[in-house]
Design a protein around this ligand. Structure first.
Ligand code: SF4
Ligand code: SF4
Ligand code: SF4
Ligand SMILES: [Zn+2]
Ligand SMILES: [Zn+2]
Length: 576
């Protein structure tokens, strides 16, 4: 049900305040799940519609535990792979719920197991994996579906009519489904196809290159399914960059600096959408966002304008659904879903994400043993590189996940721009570049105006930047091949600056890009006019170009990401 519960005691309460002795906390609205002892399954209402018995409150939300995960926890808890095979097993409120009884599994403890102990568990699992049966699971699943029919009908009808309400405002060709291969987008896709009665809505799949193998397999199966047959799935992927190589340069992603999302997800998806919907003014994107997924997501509205992608309206049909609802939908309809959930993963983002929980990490160790060890080794090497005294501990205790900046990394040095003000002209600055001047330097001055290589003194390597009216705003002095660059600011109003020092800082932003661009492509996504192109030829040579005709001189790209470069932000270098 949806009712009031005490946030501390975690039990349903009728009134505004908890009535337990010594508590008295204000109660909050929450979802509550009950357990029918008779049917041995979770129910959404407190009276079981099948047997008429009153259920016991069990959790605020719940998910099924499939026979594969059941087998694994049986090995861990009972050293008998089939100990719980005949039982009704679920997970909710931080515990396994086995035939209605809560059983805790100390995740922090199992995550401290040594590699040989993990291997042992893995071997035990694999020895019996072929004998895992769905016989008992299916029996409980059918009861669960039967006992929660009303809830299923209610949430489904509501979501379907929400999707249908867009029919009048958008053409099918202007709609898309953002598809991750996870359960929420699987359900969203199914509801959209159902509500609109078509398989013509384009699906965009973002491949971060760090996907679970199960996700890629599921994606392959996806449009061969009966339910989604013929659906067009476009894959968005950054094919130029390699995650491991970038980790070596800027360090692994951490909880506060999830740079791979920017490099491997946002940009690639945005580009794919832009080219698939080239001539469209406003597109509608259905997404599987849900409030109870994470605290940050609880701020989302059901319909919103995408903050990252221009002219995109995001609609979230299942925004209020809890895990229980998503599983109820999947189990009732019987549609195919990602195998990772059967193994016990609760989310299927990137398998090595610093945001993954302990259980997810443990599952990666067991089911992706080789990849996990390779990643572990990389992390240890990184820890050594940045001079951690105890690299193994740093990695095992999750220190890498809390990392803030690029201390100890060589790349951090290239983000520093050093200069001296000119002794005779207060509007002139002498820069010591870490990368010799090439023609590419001038690309980065295009946002400030129009490059003119004719007017200046060629012997001095002078290049002018003119404004629209043809007036000089900047003079660049520095010969090709040299590392000395003098910039004379003729007009401080470049990039909306009002003072000389602000104007100078805008120049530093562009010089930072020139010196340290790692080809992450984040700049490409910043330009609304598609004028920026960052290419990595695969040998490490990166070219940053700004299309003179497309560039509107809006200067949005200049100071974006604080100091002009996202990778500089990742490396966490303080401004000098
Ligand atoms: S590993 Fe985490 S931070 Fe990196 S792309 Fe994947 S989800 Fe984003
Ligand atoms: S300059 Fe732009 S594309 Fe290059 S690394 Fe920095 S943010 Fe990425
Ligand atoms: S954001 Fe695009 S249009 Fe604006 S100045 Fe930069 S390159 Fe030019
Ligand atoms: Zn209480
Ligand atoms: Zn019952």
């Amino acid at each position: 049900m949806i009712e009031r519960i005490c946030p501390k005691c975690r039990v349903p309460m009728a009134g505004d305040k908890c009535i337990k002795p010594n508590c008295g906390r204000a109660t909050e609205m929450s979802s509550t799940i009950y357990w029918c002892k008779e049917c041995n399954v979770p129910i959404f209402e407190n009276i079981c519609p099948v047997c008429g018995h009153e259920g016991d409150y069990i959790a605020t939300d719940i998910r099924p535990v499939f026979p594969e995960e059941n087998c694994l926890i049986s090995i861990i808890l009972k050293n008998d792979p089939f100990a719980f095979q005949k039982y009704s097993v679920w997970y909710g409120s931080n515990a396994y719920i086995i035939n209605g009884k809560k059983v805790k599994l100390a995740i922090s403890k199992i995550n401290k197991l040594r590699i040989d102990e993990i291997k042992n568990i893995k071997q035990k699992y694999e020895a019996v994996a072929g004998d895992i049966s769905y016989e008992f699971f299916d029996e409980y699943k059918n009861k669960f579906v039967e006992a929660n029919k009303d809830r299923y009908n209610f949430i489904t009808e509501e979501a379907v009519s929400f999707v249908q309400s867009y029919k009048e405002r958008y053409e099918i060709e202007d709609m898309m489904v953002s598809f991750s291969g996870g359960k929420d987008s699987t359900v969203t896709s199914h509801i959209v196809n159902r509500a609109l009665g078509t398989n013509k809505v384009l699906h965009v799949f973002g491949d971060t290159t760090l996907e679970f193998p199960y996700t890629l397999e599921y994606k392959k199966r996806f449009n061969k399914n009966e339910e989604s047959s013929g659906v067009r799935v476009l894959t968005a992927k950054n094919r130029e960059k390699n995650f491991e190589e970038l980790c070596e340069v800027v360090g692994p992603p951490s909880r506060v600096m999830r740079w791979c999302c920017t490099v491997f997800k946002t940009g690639a998806i945005q580009k794919t959408i832009a080219s698939a919907f080239k001539d469209k003014n406003n597109i509608l994107s259905f997404q599987g966002i849900r409030h109870n997924e994470s605290a940050s997501r609880s701020k989302y509205e059901r319909e919103s304008e995408s903050p990252k992608i221009s002219k995109q309206t995001v609609a979230s049909p299942i925004i209020e659904w809890i895990d229980f609802d998503v599983w109820l939908y999947l189990l009732t309809t019987g549609i195919d879903f990602n195998y990772a959930y059967r193994l016990g993963w609760t989310r299927v983002g990137c398998w090595c994400c610093p945001n993954n929980g302990g259980w997810s990490e443990f599952l990666s160790k067991v089911h992706m043993f080789d990849q996990y060890n390779h990643w572990h080794e990389q992390l240890v090497n990184f820890a050594k590189q940045i001079g951690k005294p105890d690299p193994e501990d740093y990695v095992n205790e999750g220190g890498w996940k809390a990392r803030q900046g690029g201390n100890g990394l060589a790349a951090a040095q290239t983000s520093i721009v050093s200069f001296e003000p000119c002794a005779t002209d207060e509007n002139a600055f002498n820069y010591d570049l870490q990368r010799p001047i090439t023609e590419e330097l001038y690309e980065l001055f295009k946002p400030f105006g129009y490059i003119n290589k004719e007017l200046g003194n060629k012997r001095l390597g002078e290049v002018y930047v003119l404004n629209k009216a043809g007036k000089v705003v900047l003079v660049l002095q520095g010969r090709i091949g040299s590392t000395r660059l003098k910039v004379i600011i003729k007009d401080v109003h470049i990039a909306k600056a009002r003072t000389l020092s602000v104007a100078e800082s805008k120049i530093q932003c562009q010089l930072t890009k020139y010196q340290m661009c790692l080809g992450c492509k984040a700049c490409e996504s910043v330009c609304k006019y598609d004028a920026i192109s960052v290419k990595d030829d695969g040998t490490g040579k990166i070219t940053y170009t700004i299309d003179n005709d497309k560039c509107k001189r809006c200067t949005e790209c200049v100071g974006h990401f604080n100091a002009g470069c996202y990778m500089r932000k990742v490396l966490g270098i303080k401004r000098t």
